[in-house]
Design a protein around this ligand. Structure first.
Ligand code: AMP
Ligand code: ZN
Length: 111
């Protein structure tokens, strides 16, 4: 499938991976909207949040966001977790992912 996040998760396309489990990777966003801007990307393809009924995986995405926030040093200061869904939700990549934004300085469409 021609999906950029499938390729990133399978390492066919390079990215900066900061955390990896059997089910997901956490990478640095290529166009950061905050000092810390990470993406939690499940390895299995779901086009949107609506397609995913795997509650274990959905829980794992939140757990990974918590771990990555601690590792990035923004857990105490604070961070946002965002899942954009479909066009009017601002989703541009049709592969389920969670944004983790911290360190303030939010700009552009994430602000
Ligand atoms: P969304 O608009 O919620 O679908 O978010 C997609 C995010 O993926 C945007 O913040 C992009 O900057 C980011 N993005 C797109 N391509 C890449 C890439 N190759 N590596 C890292 N982040 C990417
Ligand atoms: Zn995909």
């Amino acid at each position: 499938m021609d999906c950029i996040f499938c390729k990133i998760a399978s390492k066919k396309v390079p990215s900066t991976i900061v955390l990896e489990t059997d089910d997901l990777v956490v990478i640095k966003d290529i166009s950061p909207q905050a000092p810390v801007h990470l993406l939690v990307i499940p390895k299995r393809h779901y086009a949107t949040l609506l397609e995913c009924e795997d509650k274990t995986l959905l829980g794992s995405i939140f757990e990974a966001a918590k771990d990555a926030a601690k590792d990035a040093g923004v857990a105490e200061s604070g961070f946002r977790t965002v899942v954009n869904t479909n066009e009017e939700g601002g989703q541009t990549v049709a592969h389920l992912h969670m944004h983790l934004l911290g360190g303030r300085q939010l700009t552009g469409r994430m602000g």
